[in-house]
Design a protein around this ligand. Structure first.
Ligand code: 9WN
Length: 431
């Protein structure tokens, strides 16, 4: 803990550390007690950055434990199941994914067959930057580096479905913003067989019903095709290039280049990869007419209409041209986002018909997206935006605790309590 914290900040820091201690399972951190008892991929990246400030040993263990679930082709799954828990602790559990039947999946650990925003190289570099023991931390980076390289290689080889330089998500869950209104159109276009079903029970309240049928059906298609890249490219009905996912990929490619330099490896391939994403983001996802980034549906090659918090993701690109940065900042501060929300940043354009202040990723403010935009605005030297995001995030957790998400107008906490990334990212913010 930094010695320059005020008394109030010290109390907040300690409360956040207590949440991470309570959610530590012995080998990793449960994303959320009760609600998400297993290890989620991008949650773990965020959590490790918080642990780095509190328990550096656990920060490293967190990432290594996640990478135990990495498939032989480099795919880093979005869930690594904690096998010591009851089989039905979470739906969908291992029985939906059947990773045990996939030759590329690791033995002795059950995983999902999807991936999530690749924030891990960025997290690993941040761990190194605040590590008390530089030699130990370099050894950790050396251990993780080949796994990070394999993760990025998988994305470039198996997920650049349009050979555009951008990676595609093949399921809404891969975006991290599960029920974002951005996915309404491609989900609505799916032709589900009449027998579509939602097997098992759905223990959570959001999102449910028809959307859930579609989520499960998409997984079933992927699983039946053996999660094969050729199937994803040529036949899978959901394929979208998302600005936030690609921005995390770009930021991690830059981080990978820095890690390579620390390890005296060649950083050039990672810089070239970041460069490709940089150009493709501008060519394919920047919508000049409306001055924002939008996701592109690869199945009809059109940009998706709804503007969400993901549209600001490219702030994570340190080379984003200044006029575009200005456009994004204007939109972020406008009445469509921060301008009309007491507790920004709402996950969806407030003026969009799909906006829903309590609807999970359809309107509420989340600490994870706030942190990403805060981090991006620092890189562009935007202190006003960075301070706004920092202040809003701190007010949310002070007022409502480390909740999963929050009402963007009055800051009421919603969803799970003691959510790991909400606590971890507050530790990172407090520094
Ligand atoms: C789907 C764990 C995860 C987060 C996602 C969030 C939610 C899962 C779910 O919880 O997703 O994998 O079951 O709804 O949308 O971002 O990683 O916190």
């Amino acid at each position: 803990m930094s010695s320059r914290l005020t008394g109030d900040e010290t109390a907040l820091w300690q409360a956040a550390a207590r949440v991470l201690d309570a959610n530590w399972t012995g080998t990793a951190t449960a994303a959320s007690p009760g609600l998400y008892p297993h290890q989620w991929s991008w949650d773990s990246a965020f959590v490790s950055m918080g642990l780095a400030r509190h328990r550096p040993d656990r920060a490293e263990a967190e990432l290594l434990c996640l990478f135990r679930g990495q498939w032989a082709d480099g795919m880093l799954p979005h869930i690594v199941f904690n096998t010591s828990l009851a089989r039905h602790a979470f739906f969908p559990g291992p029985e939906l994914w059947r990773s045990d039947r996939q030759p590329a999946a690791p033995r002795g650990v059950h995983t999902s067959g999807l991936t999530q925003p690749p924030l891990h190289a960025l997290a690993a570099l941040r761990l190194h930057e605040c590590a008390p023991d530089t030699d130990g931390s370099r050894a950790f980076l050396a251990r993780l580096y080949p796994m990070l390289v394999a993760q990025h290689r998988y994305l470039a080889r198996a997920r650049d479905l349009a050979s555009s330089g951008l990676i595609a998500i093949c399921h809404p869950w891969e975006s991290g913003l599960d029920n974002s209104p951005a996915w309404d159109r491609p989900l609505g276009a799916l032709q589900l067989p009449p027998t579509a079903y939602a097997p098992g029970h759905v223990p959570r309240t959001l999102p449910t019903g028809e959307d859930y049928d579609r989520y499960v059906w998409l997984v079933t298609l992927m699983r039946e095709a053996g999660y094969a890249p050729e199937y994803l490219r040529d036949a899978h009905p959901f394929a979208v290039e998302d600005p936030l996912v690609n921005a995390t990929y770009l930021a991690s490619a830059h981080a990978l280049a820095e890690i390579a330099e620390i390890l005296h490896e060649d950083p050039a391939p990672h810089r070239e990869a970041a460069d490709r994403v940089h150009h493709a983001l501008l060519d394919r996802l920047w919508d000049r007419d409306t001055g924002c980034f939008r996701a592109r549906d690869l199945r009809d090659d059109r940009l998706l209409p709804v503007v969400t918090a993901a549209s600001f993701g490219p702030l994570l690109d340190p080379r984003l041209p200044a006029p575009i940065v200005r456009n994004l900042v204007d939109l972020l501060l406008s009445a469509r986002f921060a301008g009309a929300a007491g507790y920004p940043v709402p996950t969806c354009d407030i003026q969009a018909p799909a906006f829903d202040r309590g609807g999970y990723w359809r309107g509420p403010t989340w600490i994870s997206t706030n942190w990403l935009l805060w981090y991006g605005s620092l890189a562009h030297d935007l202190p006003v935006v960075a301070d706004l995001l920092y202040g809003s995030t701190m007010r949310l957790v002070r007022q409502s605790g480390f909740r999963e998400f929050f009402d963007p107008f009055d800051g009421t906490g919603r969803g799970g309590h003691d959510h790991s990334w909400s606590a971890a990212l507050v530790l990172d913010l407090l520094g």
